[in-house]
Design a protein around this ligand. Structure first.
Ligand SMILES: C[S@@+](CC[C@H](N)C(=O)[O-])C[C@H]1O[C@@H](n2cnc3c(N)ncnc32)[C@H](O)[C@@H]1O
Length: 266
């Protein structure tokens, strides 16, 4: 993710945290953090999961690592006065962690962006004590994400939709193939790899307008709209809004999303 992407995340942090609340709950439950443990949050972004982990780990600590200064500025501001949280600006793929210094490594959508995933996952395994745990959530395939396919299909009636699925390279869907994820983790020395699917209806927005504004400023939305003139952009947004309307109830727009909840042992 570049810094434009990071600015979108920071601007929509409450929106993302609402959307990912159930996935985060599943992640923390799988991580089974105990008081006194040392936790590493990989690709921690603006620190929501790090702060939640620190709360459970007390008197242990949580360390968040991320490459994005924009994300970390917000994470650090949110952690003022929280004594057991620290943030590190570094690439988790090759950062020199103290060996075996964590009981748990976890990640909410932060493991899919490594240029060399086996090297990165091996680095995280070395940072985790023998017998320590890895827990993460990562997106399943695009076809299993109505929250993206419904608006994407509507937009595709007007503009070409850019490909999003880079299943082998770094990117949002690089953990979609469960066999690939198992083999990456195993090659990196993790054992007892388990992947379970978790499917939820995501609260994409309080209203179709809110959902359209959110989606339009995200990575896919920006890629879709950037090459078009204003009139075309307005048509795309109207088409997407109409496609979201049938998925709107009293509590807002809800569309399906599916992730892998992964677990492994160092
Ligand atoms: C999709 S965001 C998720 C952020 C956060 N975990 C959350 O759920 O709010 C992915 C994050 O991973 C970070 N990231 C990507 N590659 C990284 C790397 N090699 N080392 C550390 N962080 C990385 C990005 O900067 C971004 O903040």
């Amino acid at each position: 993710m570049n810094e434009t992407g990071a600015q979108h995340w920071v601007a929509h942090r409450d929106h993302y945290d609402r959307m990912y609340a159930k996935f985060q709950a599943a992640l923390l439950s799988a991580a089974a953090i105990r008081p006194g443990e040392q936790v590493l949050d990989v690709g921690c972004g603006y620190g929501t999961t790090t702060l939640a982990a620190a709360e459970v780990a007390r008197p242990g600590t949580a360390v968040g690592i991320d490459v994005s200064p924009t994300m970390l500025d917000l994470a650090r501001a949110r952690a003022v006065g929280v004594p057991n949280v620290t943030f590190v600006e570094a690439d988790a793929q090759d950062h020199r962690f103290a060996p075996s210094s964590f009981d748990v490594a976890l990640s909410r959508f932060g493991l899919m962006f490594f240029t060399d995933p086996v090297a990165a996952l091996a680095n995280l395994r070395r940072a985790t004590r023998p017998g320590g745990r890895l827990a993460f959530v990562a997106w399943r395939s695009l076809a299993r994400q109505p929250w993206l396919c419904v608006p994407g299909t509507a937009a595709a009636r007007i503009v070409p939709v850019p490909g999003m699925e880079t299943r082998d390279g770094p990117g949002m869907f690089s953990f979609a193939d469960p066999d690939r994820v198992r083999s990456l983790l195993t090659a990196a020395g993790w054992t007892g790899v388990e992947l379970a699917s978790v499917t939820e209806k995501l609260p994409v927005g309080d209203s179709p307008e809110d959902a359209v504004a959110f989606l339009a400023s995200g990575t896919l939305g920006r890629r879709l709209l950037d090459g078009s003139d204003e009139q075309t952009q307005a048509r795309v947004l109207a088409e997407v809004r109409a496609a979201l309307a049938p998925h709107t109830r009293g509590d807002g727009v809800r569309l399906g999303a599916s992730v892998w909840l992964g677990q492994a042992r160092a």
